[in-house]
Design a protein around this ligand. Structure first.
Ligand SMILES: O=C(O)CCC(=O)C(=O)O
Ligand SMILES: [Fe+2]
Length: 419
């Protein structure tokens, strides 16, 4: 494999602000899952993961098998890409989000306009079906020399981390250990998995002002399992079961796992698609760019998002519910994983949301009510200095809103994306 020499990406220093009410997340030790087919799973792991994903819905995972240097190499490639791709190449490779509902390629800043505010997130998305040589031209020429390395890393996410997580989750659903893997394994021919590099640039103060410091609106991911490679900028927040946003603490060389809509549907709602968002970091990180590396896994595109009712626990969780009632009433089947992904990508951030009586933004996708959250206050550190700077300046910031008992109308902010 080529390992072209490029400047190493040095993780930015962690914030000195540490007195947050951090999200108390469980840690999955992936080395406990063994066997050639990654199907030897201790009972204690099944219990731990089952509890985590039916409550908080987020977990750390460690001992995945890559060294931190191997992971940082991907961050270096990502940074190199964002630093060197020319405007012409960005234009040439822009992802067809509106028509095809696909993130594959380059996502420019500002594709999402909400209430006149443009997002400040650039992305490069590598599709699992688009690593073959004939597909290389989809990607900017500046990153083409790295596609082999990116592909290998992407495969590692799928073939090791995802496979282990799906083995555990199949057992959580009391199904044969390979069930969820069998629905996901053909990602290079029938899948829409994405390896994503993302660069969050600090917004101009007026944008932060308008959006209350929120940079990616509270959302659920669209896919099955999201693998977020931990990075040091303190910005990711999870909406916990007690309805409080808590920050996810950086752990070097760990991943943060969460589940998306597709897993929620297929498990009859037993497994949670947890709401999360990205907010401005503490003062000492405000000026920094935030680089992210993510793997968004999905079931193969033709898999219907029907609950797996052969599982007794799924059946029980689904009792009295019908995710696809509206479609059935029109004589239509449940959507497939691919359809759901494309519909959400197309709609995302295009202004189709409506404010609900609960204050959240709602989008109707395939007859399902999809919520985008902005109005719940963030839990903050106890000291004044530790609050994100943007949260100190606005009368209507989330912090102030909390003190006003949430009487303000929530703002519409950029919704997230994918996954
Ligand atoms: O930037 C992050 O940490 C999370 C990004 C995210 O939630 C998404 O892209 O769906
Ligand atoms: Fe997300």
């Amino acid at each position: 494999m080529s390992t072209r020499s490029i400047p190493p990406w040095i993780p930015p220093p962690p914030s000195k602000v540490t007195d947050f009410d951090w999200a108390p997340l469980e840690t999955l030790d992936l080395s406990l899952i063994t066997g050639e087919n990654m199907d030897q799973v201790p009972v204690s792991v099944v219990e731990q993961v089952g509890t985590a994903f039916s409550s908080t819905g987020f977990m750390y995972a460690i001992n995945h098998g890559l060294t931190y240097d191997q992971v940082l190499r991907q961050f270096s490639i990502a940074q190199y890409g964002f630093d060197h791709i020319t405007d012409d190449e960005k234009d040439r490779c822009v992802a067809d989000m509106r028509e095809a509902g696909s993130f594959v390629g380059y996502k420019p800043m500002g594709h999402w306009h909400i209430d006149g505010v443009k997002d400040r997130i650039e992305q490069l998305n590598f599709g699992s079906q688009h690593f073959t040589e004939g597909q290389h031209a989809r990607y900017p020429s500046q990153v083409q020399p790295f596609l082999e390395e990116i592909h290998a890393f992407s495969r590692f996410n799928h073939d090791v981390i995802l496979r282990k997580v799906l083995a555990v989750l199949s057992l959580v659903l009391k199904l044969p250990v390979h069930t969820l893997w069998d629905l996901s394994k053909d990602h290079e021919t029938k899948g829409l998995d994405l390896l994503r590099f993302a660069l969050y640039r600090p917004p101009p103060p007026e944008d932060d002002e308008a959006l209350g410091g929120v940079r990616l609106q509270g959302h659920t991911d669209f896919n099955s399992v999201s693998i977020l490679w931990s990075q040091p900028i303190t910005s990711l927040e999870v909406l916990m079961p007690d309805n409080v946003w808590r920050k996810v603490r950086h752990r070097p060389n760990a991943v943060v796992l969460n589940l998306g809509d597709a897993m929620h549907f297929i498990s009859g709602g037993l497994l949670k698609q947890t709401i999360h968002r990205v907010v401005g970091p503490p003062e000492d990180q405000q000026a920094l760019q935030r680089l992210g590396v993510f793997y968004f896994a999905l079931f193969n595109e033709d898999v219907p998002l029907e609950p797996l009712l052969q599982s007794e626990v799924v059946k029980k969780a689904y009792h009295g519910r019908d995710f696809w009632a509206e479609r059935r009433a029109q004589g239509l089947p449940a959507v497939t994983a691919g359809e759901w992904e494309r519909l959400r990508v197309r709609a995302y951030g295009q202004g189709g949301q409506k404010k609900g009586s609960d204050g959240h933004d709602h989008e109707r996708i395939a007859g399902v009510d999809v919520k985008l959250y902005n109005s719940i206050p963030s839990t903050q550190a106890t000291s004044h200095e530790s609050r994100p700077a943007t949260h100190n300046v606005r009368a209507s910031s989330p912090i102030r809103a909390r003190h006003k008992h949430l009487t303000e109308t929530p703002r519409r902010v950029m919704s997230p994306l994918r996954a």
